[in-house]
Design a protein around this ligand. Structure first.
Ligand code: NDP
Ligand code: KPL
Length: 356
């Protein structure tokens, strides 16, 4: 089955570039302009066979949207959540406005039941990643595209090592979701964005298909010709938000107005920006200040998912967030003392309280 998508949809996908540094920025702005022109033509979006590894906050949400867009989606889930999805379907509930939508989807703990897919969406917590890769290998064939919406940049380094590098797309999801009870993914607020792109900076049909599919469901979907930069834009912010909220067990409101914690947050972000720049990522030199202005727009009560995990007695993604910046910084000789401090303070709880 094929579907034609109308790019006059209100949630029209955007292919415009992010704020760029001069010269390199001009090149990427030009590339994104071309993509934008291309995207204004209708094209056939093939129906894809999709597997979603991890039916939690992110996998459940974005996977359900792919089903809504008409794709054949199967979820790999486990435990009580799997049983509930099988019995009653997957419910996406907006906690803020009370709306909900039920999706009758296929769910299994045995990926072999699904067979080879066109598209694999990868969305488990980082501490589950290696085991999940082993489990899900069976759905990956020669023509399978793989997109991880996990946080950070380490996820794609791992995926490129474990699968064909060309299969891996870069992508970033902005949404605030969690499993609120078995079978139910709760979304807070109305933030729902996604940006994806090819690592070789080309504009492929698979990127256009996935962007158009998400856009058709109302998600603010974009393609980028500099996906590495897009990943780092979220990474530097999230490393700061995770570190500051988890280390203090406080939401962002009080942290950003207390001078000492505001300064710590800015330093964590500035170190991450310096690491990214030293690795060739096109982040502006003053990007930490840009991110602090963004931090000032967040709701007072907002906490990063890492603090939610800490409060729920789960492990944390500390070693891939703060720890990732420390490791990636060491590789290029950039000191990261504030990130090292956070890593040390939270490390005893990183594997969960049971390990402490
Ligand atoms: N939640 C959010 O708002 C956002 C999260 N992210 C990132 O997305 C990634 C996923 O986070 P999130 O969706 O919140 O995580 P969740 O814990 O909500 O979902 C992950 C799901 O995957 C399941 N799972 C893990 N391993 C397997 C396996 N081998 N077989 C079957 N199921 C498995 C987990 O089961 P179980 O519970 O039994 O472990 C859980 O249901 C993280 O990297 C996170 O940082 C990015 C943007 C926003
Ligand atoms: C900040 C947020 C909610 C944005 O998507 C996030 O990714 C997280 O807390 O892990």
């Amino acid at each position: 089955m094929t579907q034609g998508y109308d790019f006059t949809h209100p949630a029209k996908p955007s292919f415009q570039g992010e704020k760029q540094v001069p010269l390199t920025g001009l090149w990427f702005a030009f590339m994104d302009f071309l993509v934008n022109r291309l995207a204004n033509y209708k094209f056939e979006v093939l129906n894809m066979k999709v597997a979603v590894m991890g039916a939690g906050g992110v996998g459940g949400f974005y996977g359900a949207k792919l089903a809504e867009a008409g794709h054949d989606v199967s979820f790999i889930a486990r435990g009580a959540h799997l049983e509930a999805i099988r019995e009653k379907g997957l419910l996406i509930e907006n906690i803020t406005d009370g709306t909900s939508q039920k999706y009758d989807v296929m769910a299994t703990e045995k990926p072999a039941d699904i067979g080879k897919v066109d598209f694999l969406l990868f969305a488990v917590k980082m501490w589950d990643m290696e085991a999940a890769i082993e489990t899900v290998k069976v759905v990956v064939g020669d023509n399978t595209s793989i997109l991880s919406l996990q946080n950070g940049v380490i996820k794609d380094i791992i995926l490129k090592q474990r699968f064909d590098e060309k299969a891996v797309l870069g992508g970033v999801g902005y949404v605030a979701t969690a499993i609120t009870r078995p079978g139910v993914v709760g979304q807070t607020g109305d933030l729902q964005k996604i940006t994806i792109g090819e690592y070789d900076q080309s504009v492929s049909d698979r990127v256009r298909t996935i962007v158009a599919s998400f856009a058709s469901t109302g998600i603010e979907a974009k393609a980028s010709s500099d996906i590495e930069k897009v990943l780092w834009e979220k990474y530097v912010f999230l490393v700061g938000l995770s570190a500051a909220t988890a280390a203090t067990r406080l939401p962002i409101g009080i942290l950003r107005k207390t001078p000492e914690t505001r300064q710590l947050l800015r330093q964590i972000i500035a170190e991450a920006v310096a690491v990214g720049r030293a690795r060739g990522v096109h982040l502006p030199e003053d990007y930490a200040d840009d991110r602090m202005r963004f931090v000032d727009t967040l709701p007072d009560a907002m906490k990063a998912s890492m603090l939610h995990d800490l409060e729920a007695g789960k492990p944390m993604e500390l070693r891939w967030l703060s720890g990732g910046i420390v490791d990636l910084g060491r590789e290029v000789g950039v000191p990261t003392p504030a990130n090292e401090f956070i890593l040390a303070v939270l490390a005893p709880l990183a594997e969960g309280p049971a390990a402490a």
